[in-house]
Write a protein that binds this ligand. Structure first.
Ligand code: HEM
Length: 261
């Protein structure tokens, strides 16, 4: 099994800002020739339009710039609305730009496969506010993140990954769906390592930033068969703070999971 490089860094669990460089088209352009991802995105967008796509007026020029890049450089059909953004792109697409004090705020986007958060609750807010629920994140990373985004160079996608454990292979974990957290008894074939592959791209004309997210799911019995992946996961689970385990909804199964993986 191939997990992204650095998903479980050596040493105790810690929040870090490590980014890899990539080609924007490789991430934002089409990858799924079956069309299944876009079909599922269209289903959620049709079911609850305001829930899965939204745009503040400050986001309009950002959306227009992403639309131009998509048509010119990523081999995607043009789009003019956030609903179309959500239907034509495979990743979730979030648009940010600095406010008058320079702090980055979420201006809109299309988010069909959230990992437990709601676009409408974060819209218009700063990254510090958005990350406020993640234990220790702002203390460790708020200013490095702000600095990184301010200096982002155009033409390069910067990649990072988050991971979690889910008790479902559903892509859409919107809080309104109230899907159950992992619970005892631990069964590795009913749990998934949920990886968020993320890419950040500068939008030079509007000075905004595009934040893309693709979800990958690996069933835990498969992960457990890879000794390096299993050891990395065990180490991360064993060393994260109780607050982080609670945030990740792992407090109920953490001890048993460490024994099982
Ligand atoms: C650029 C560097 C960034 C870093 C290092 C970072 C890091 C993180 C980490 C570690 C988490 C916790 C996830 C987990 O462990 O389960 C998180 C959550 C989150 N991040 Fe970021 N992030 C970054 C950028 C962004 C951007 C640009 C957005 C734009 C919307 C964003 C939105 C969120 C949201 C919505 C959550 C979930 C919060 C919740 O549970 O309500 N992040 N981030």
């Amino acid at each position: 099994m191939i997990l992204p490089e650095g998903l479980f860094p050596a040493g105790p669990y810690r929040l870090h800002l490590t980014l890899r460089r990539g080609e924007p088209r490789d991430f934002f352009g089409p990858q799924d020739s079956t069309g299944r991802i876009r079909a599922e995105r269209a289903k959620w967008l049709a079911a609850e339009p305001g829930r899965y796509a939204a745009l503040r007026p400050e986001g309009e020029p950002l959306l227009a710039e992403v639309g131009e890049l998509a048509a010119r450089e990523w081999g995607l059909p043009a789009f003019a609305t956030v609903d179309e953004l959500g239907r034509r792109c495979e990743p979730d697409m979030l648009l940010l730009s600095p406010d008058e004090t320079g702090l980055f705020r979420l201006r809109g986007g299309a988010l069909c496969f959230p990992t437990g958060w709601a676009l409408e609750e974060k819209l218009g807010h700063t990254l510090d506010f958005i990350h406020g629920v993640v234990p220790g994140l702002n203390a460790a990373l708020a200013s490095p993140i702000q600095q990184f985004l301010t200096r982002l160079k155009p033409g390069v996608a910067f990649h990072r990954d988050n991971w979690g454990i889910a008790a479902t292979a559903e892509l859409n974990l919107h809080p309104a769906r109230q899907l159950a957290a992992p619970a005892l008894p631990v069964a590795l074939d009913r749990l998934w390592l949920r990886i968020e592959h993320q890419a950040l791209l500068a939008l030079p004309r509007t000075r905004g930033v595009l934040f893309g997210i693709r979800i990958a799911l690996h069933r835990l019995d498969v992960v457990a068969r890879d000794p390096a992946a299993a050891a990395g996961l065990r180490q991360a689970l064993a060393t994260m703070s109780p607050e982080m385990a609670r945030y990740k909804r792992l407090d109920g199964i953490r001890a048993r999971l460490i024994e099982s993986v």
